[in-house]
Design a protein around this ligand. Structure first.
Ligand code: FES
Length: 130
């Protein structure tokens, strides 16, 4: 009889990259991190940290320079009425204005998903887990 091994993902320890000291990364700020060949944009949104692929898939604008705001939605959940939503959580690409939900990496109005990364705070430092 053979015993199944746990999936490799569950046993592999993730690589940690220090983004900044938490004291130097206040709400409303952002940092761009180079991790190997990957560029990652890390945001502090009212004390919660989010990390996304740092380049817009449209024409590679640096997403760490985008502003955070809300957006207007209109769908079945709003009974097709326009409604302001996700205030402070919508990242606007500085290139041509595509919008991404910073929590999920999903583009607003497009079937597009930015890669997201796990962020933790350890010993007073904001760390990316890759
Ligand atoms: S580069 Fe982001 S929308 Fe064009």
């Amino acid at each position: 009889m053979t015993t199944a091994l746990p999936p490799a993902r569950q046993t592999r320890r993730k690589r940690r990259i220090t983004v900044a000291a938490a004291a130097d990364f206040p709400p409303g700020s952002r940092v761009e991190v180079q991790a190997g060949r990957a560029v990652i944009a890390v945001f502090n949104v009212e004390g919660e940290y989010f990390a996304l692929h740092g380049r817009c898939p449209h024409q590679s604008a640096p997403l760490s320079r985008g502003r955070l705001q809300g957006t207007v939605i209109c769908n079945a959940a709003t009974c097709w009425e326009t409604e302001w939503a996700f205030d402070g959580e919508i990242l606007v690409c500085p290139g041509h204005g595509m919008e991404y939900h910073v929590r999920s990496g999903k583009a607003i109005g497009y079937d597009l998903q930015l890669r997201t990364y796990e962020v933790v705070v350890e010993d007073g430092h904001v760390m990316l887990l890759l």
